[in-house]
Design a protein around this ligand. Structure first.
Ligand code: FAD
Length: 614
């Protein structure tokens, strides 16, 4: 789809009038482009870096109903999310896959067993299924071996789903482009174009001045509607129409471990011992992820986010608390990553109390959409289209939004996807291309999956050691997926930079002969890209300086001591009641002896006493 020279072609035609200009190439922008193209709108999406470069490649990768929303009483939103999850699971197998969750419950947890039971029952009812079960501590330990037994009351198992977030964005963009949408990366909306309204009202946004981040060129693009889908950066464009900042950027970070070191077959979810926030340890792409944090992010937003030393300690404390017997240390960490949530600030003291719902604002003609989550991208896109429908050409306005809502989220792949000439034979001759691998390829590459196999050299149809990826995927993405820099390829097209130690540095000599010819890079360009990529990995995807990472075991010990100090009343009561109980028992025993003596004197038959006497 993104053949050589495609960017120049798009740039040559940018200055035509558009129905919709979408700024931001994360899942929100991708979903809007997808729905707009489906309706037949002339829609253009621009992204300042790579597609999915922002938060949408740095999430926890869950496609979930959001138990959290239920806890906040947002039943309609949970119902909508659960519905989207079910639809994505059925339409995108191989990209969206079921994931079991184990929610441990420990004595003293709040919320406790009863609250979880009620929540999960509603969760299941909303999905019209019964997919949760409570297990005793013994049974729960069978499901999550190595889990700490300290205070373990038991736990629940329930079903949700997970995805590869960056590939989801790419698939949605690819489908939009197939439907006539245009998507351009490394293109920044520098400045909004404002014009006086016909009725001489305030200036209104009619377009944007775009700058090519790879070449010396600019274009002024005009559109009926300009949508600001720039996530955590949304206030920047809003500032150009004098809107007050509303975004509270919250960083969420993850640690990545090899699965053999921290083995979990399904997600283990629990309340962090220090602040009682829900955290998870879960399998993804053959490794184990631990996340996430939720803290105010005051780092400059132009830099890629990175985990802080305090966040590392917080997540390590979570691992230690739940799996102490595994004795996990910093040396076990393969890599890290951080993302920033575009949350609408309402001044809550605790960042985790802020709402995660999406919002839509129209300010001087600029439509901003931000917040929300990956899972509900289609619903967010439809809300945007409903909000701008009065500004669109009437002939494309849908007769019924209900009909649109029934359309698939992802394009159904043709039944005979793999039956093409030459592909069947290739599949038959490649031992690795069994059904699960084909499903994975079709999920991730959509309609391009057979072309990926067709383009592969026979030896490329083998797994990259220690991963679920084929060498052929590198070949294909370098050829046809608009890779501009090495980090596009290794962090977002295939996720080797996250999954393998050192950002997959050891594999670079094998990756180079496959990708360099397809990318058309000279040797010095490849070398410069390698250097920049490894520097980026070191700065944003590895551990911060170890000396700055607090001692998480000490943090846990101090927390435990604090908890004990915080329960003096209970302890006193316990001690008092023990003393009182002992005194009561002594008094009872004393009365019994007195009463027995008196009874003996009166000649009352007391069973045992008479036996002894006899
Ligand atoms: P982004 O993905 O950030 O996209 C915005 C894009 O706009 C960026 O790529 C940026 O480069 C671009 N941009 C900015 N300014 C300009 C400009 N001037 N011109 C051109 N382009 C510009 N959701 C879930 O459903 N499940 C989860 O498990 C989950 N986990 C999460 C975990 C973490 C740690 C975080 C932080 C979020 C998580 N979310 C999850 C939420 C979800 O990831 C986000 O809501 C979603 O990715 C936001 O997408 P977006 O497109 O709005 O923003």
């Amino acid at each position: 789809m993104w053949k050589k020279g495609w960017r120049d072609e798009v740039w040559a035609h940018l200055e035509q009038p558009w129905d919709l200009l979408v700024i931001g190439g994360g899942i929100t922008g991708a979903g809007i482009l997808r729905e707009a193209s489906r309706l037949g709108l002339k829609a253009l999406l621009v992204e300042q870096h790579d597609f999915a470069w922002g938060t949408s490649s740095r999430s926890s990768k869950l496609v979930h109903g959001g138990l959290r929303y239920l806890g906040e009483g947002k039943v309609r939103l949970t119902r909508a999310s659960v519905h989207e999850r079910e639809q994505l699971l059925s339409e995108g197998p191989g990209l969206i896959d079921p994931l079991g969750f184990l929610q441990s419950v420990r004595y003293g947890d709040s919320p406790g067993r009863l609250t979880f039971e009620m929540g999960l029952t509603v969760y299941d009812l909303l999905a019209l299924q019964w997919d949760h079960h409570y297990y005793s501590a013994d049974d729960f330990q069978m499901l999550a071996p190595h889990i700490s037994r300290s205070g373990l009351q038991g736990g629940f198992r329930f079903g949700d789903a997970q995805t590869d977030d960056a590939r989801l964005v790419l698939r949605v963009i690819q489908e939009a482009v197939r439907d006539g949408g245009v998507a351009l990366h490394y293109t920044k909306a520098e400045e909004l174009v404002l014009e006086k309204d016909a009725d001489a009202g305030p200036d209104r946004v009619v377009g944007a001045r775009l700058k090519d981040c790879l070449a010396e060129r600019e274009a002024e693009v005009r559109a009926r509607v300009v949508v600001n889908a720039t996530g955590v950066w949304a206030d920047r464009l809003r500032g150009q129409v004098h809107a007050q900042p509303r975004i509270r950027p919250l960083r969420g970070s993850h640690l990545i471990f090899p699965a053999w070191r921290l083995p979990v077959a399904q997600a283990v979810s629990f309340l962090h011992p220090i602040d009682h926030r829900p955290v998870m340890i879960f399998p993804w792409e053959g490794i184990t992820l631990v996340g996430t944090t939720d803290i105010d992010c005051d780092a400059p937003m132009d830099q890629e986010p990175a985990i802080s030393p305090v966040e590392v300690a917080y997540l390590m404390a979570a691992v230690e608390f739940q799996f102490p017997s595994l004795n996990i240390g910093l040396e076990d960490i393969v890599s890290t990553y951080a993302g920033v949530r575009p949350v609408i600030g309402s001044g809550k003291a605790n960042p985790s109390d802020e709402s995660r719902e999406h919002v839509i604002w129209e300010e001087d003609g600029l439509l901003t959409v931000t917040g929300g989550k990956l899972t509900t991208f289609r619903l967010i896109a439809q809300d945007v289209l409903k909000a701008i429908v009065h500004r669109l050409p009437q002939e494309i306005v849908p007769k019924s939004w209900a009909d649109i809502a029934e359309l698939p989220v992802l394009d159904p792949l043709s039944v005979g996807l793999w039956d093409k000439e030459g592909i069947k034979e290739k599949i038959a001759s490649a031992a690795r291309l069994d059904e699960p691998v084909l499903l994975r390829l079709s999920g991730r590459y959509g309609a391009d999956a057979p072309s990926l196999v067709a383009a592969a050299m026979p030896e490329e149809l083998d797994f990259i050691p220690g991963t679920k990826f084929l060498w052929a995927e590198l070949h294909w993405v370098a050829r046809a997926e608009g890779v501009i820099h090495l980090d596009d390829l290794l962090f977002r097209r295939v996720r080797l930079g996250l999954l393998l130690p050192g950002g997959a540095a050891a594999l670079l000599p094998r990756i180079r002969p496959i990708c360099q010819p397809e990318l058309g890079w000279e040797d010095d360009r490849w070398e410069a890209e390698e250097k920049a990529y490894l520097e980026l990995w070191r700065r944003c995807y590895s551990l911060p300086e170890r000396a700055r990472i607090p001692d998480w075991r000490q943090m846990l010990a101090e927390n435990q001591a604090k908890r004990l100090r915080r329960q003096p009343v209970r302890r006193k009561i316990t001690r008092r009641s023990m003393v009182a109980g002992t005194l009561a028992a002594a008094a009872l025993g004393f009365s019994f002896i007195l009463w027995r003596r008196r009874s003996r004197d009166k000649g009352v038959d007391l069973g045992l006493t008479f036996q002894r006497r006899g």
